[in-house]
Design a protein around this ligand. Structure first.
Ligand code: ZN
Length: 468
């Protein structure tokens, strides 16, 4: 199938221009005024008053958290996690539905790629991955699925406690064997579905797990992912576990490289930042969950000044509590203005669009294939309707897209050259039916409280120096 988009507005170095764009197969085949139609089956689309941008990457999320959005009380990460684990969805059908919904919300907020750090159902790990793969294939979104791995139990995530001795049901070798089986079964990058190695983070993973993941990443050429220093408690834990910072330790383990993306990165020092720059690692900025969980403000301006690549993520919907990528980009752009009085360091809307698209692609090792409007790049494209009320009056389209509150702004989306959104509607899956299914599989449940969180609370308050 090929498409010719007529008169799309695209950004240029000096402003915008109106031009045509031809998509052939999976790629952007031509950009220029007055392009000839493509093959006989070519579809022509009027892109008058529409802005064409490369698709964004939702560079860190956990799709199944959708089932718990809105419900977890105002807790810091460690207590929030206890409640999340306790009420995680236990069946693959729910995993499938929440992956569908995550993909749809990502598409309708400008995203064409989702990185799903997928929480696994204990004992049904491969079925969990299979359910997410099925959903992403149906939607047609480009997906990177990183089965969320750990080989230590939850109490190990706090300093001053059991450390790595807390029992976890699977051994490190069993966890790695399960990951390798998932890679062999489901890693199909040529079909838009990729696996990635994704230990959850230093707080619940042994060195052997990180090293095993790095080996599998080498063996199958997979991107690497992990949470990194999301909270102050994790920073304290790293010192206790390793006697050095978590970043120094991960570098020693050989986990950091150009295909490594690290979610959060709130509590890093200047020398940690230098290590990320040197190793070419990517920071995934999740501003909404950092605010929601009180984790802190990631020093994004410092990363940018040090030359560290930065991408945006929504993070899981139980700590956000949405999957609106444009919202994450807006907050993640303006939040940092309060951290540095020198406004010349602040992030411009154009820079944030670049971080969300090209920055996301670079973090997945795909900077040469994805993330910009260039002939030969993959046609992962989003067309925004600039006549929607939220994008009027006519000023700077990217400025308003990022700084405004765009509603129903996404008109069309192509991923790998296939159109998956047209006239603001997802064309590949039945969204009305999805809404019914989400409704049917849930109930109003505002007062659910977690026993695990209550058990962990006294220790958390002691470790963090809070009154008893
Ligand atoms: Zn996360």
């Amino acid at each position: 199938m090929s498409y010719v988009l007529r008169n799309a507005l695209i950004p240029t170095a000096s402003g915008y221009e109106t031009t045509d764009v031809r998509i052939e197969g999976e790629q952007i085949a031509a950009i220029g005024k007055g392009l000839l139609a493509g093959a006989p089956d070519s579809v022509e689309l009027n892109a008058d008053n529409k802005l064409l941008l490369p698709g964004f990457v939702n560079a860190h999320t956990h799709s199944s958290e959708l089932w718990q959005r809105g419900i977890i009380p105002p807790y810091p990460l460690e207590l929030w996690l206890a409640q999340l684990h306790e009420y995680a969805p236990p069946d693959p059908e729910k995993i499938y539905l929440s992956a569908l919904a995550t993909a749809v919300e990502t598409l309708l907020s400008g995203g064409t790629t989702v990185v799903d750090h997928l929480i696994l159902i204990p004992g049904q790990e491969l079925a969990t991955v299979e359910a997410a793969v099925r959903a992403y294939r149906e939607v047609g979104i480009r997906a990177f699925i990183g089965p969320l791995l750990q080989d230590q139990a939850l109490p190990a995530c706090l300093p001053g406690g059991e450390g790595g001795s807390a029992a976890y049901p699977l051994s490190t070798a069993e966890v790695l064997a399960m990951l390798e089986e998932a890679i062999q079964k489901y890693h199909r990058p040529e079909e838009g579905i990729s696996l990635m190695v994704a230990p959850t983070g230093i707080q619940l993973c042994s060195d052997k797990l990180f090293e095993g993941c790095a080996e599998l990443s080498q063996k199958y050429n997979l991107p690497r992912h992990a949470h990194l220093l999301e909270t102050r408690a994790q920073q304290l834990l790293a010192q206790e576990k390793y006697g050095c910072s978590a970043v120094e330790h991960l570098e020693r383990l050989g986990y950091l490289d150009r295909k490594t993306s690290l979610a959060h990165c709130v509590w890093l020092t200047a020398s940690d930042i230098e290590i990320l720059a040197r190793t070419g690692s990517t920071v995934v900025h999740n501003p909404l969950s950092n605010l929601r969980l009180g984790s802190g403000i990631a020093p994004i301006l410092k990363y940018r000044q040090a030359g560290v690549n930065v991408a945006f993520g929504c993070d899981g919907a139980a700590s956000n509590d949405s999957q609106d990528l444009l919202e994450a980009i807006k907050i993640g752009t303006i939040l940092h203005n309060v951290t540095d009085p020198d406004y010349r360091h602040w992030i411009s809307p154009r820079e944030s669009v670049e971080m969300a698209s090209r920055g996301g692609a670079i973090g997945l090792g795909l900077g040469d294939k994805l993330g910009s409007l260039e002939v030969g790049k993959q046609a992962d494209l989003v067309l925004y309707d600039l006549t929607q009320l939220s994008l009027l009056p006519r000023t700077d389209p990217i400025g308003l897209l990022v700084l405004g509150r765009p509603t129903q702004a996404v008109h069309s989306v192509w991923i790998r050259g296939k159109q998956v959104v047209a006239d603001g509607e997802v064309t590949t899956v039945d969204v009305a039916k999805l809404r019914q299914e989400l409704f049917r599989h849930s109930s109003w449940d505002p007062f659910r409280r977690s026993q695990q969180a209550a058990q962990l609370e006294a220790r958390y308050r002691q470790v963090m120096g809070l009154p008893g």
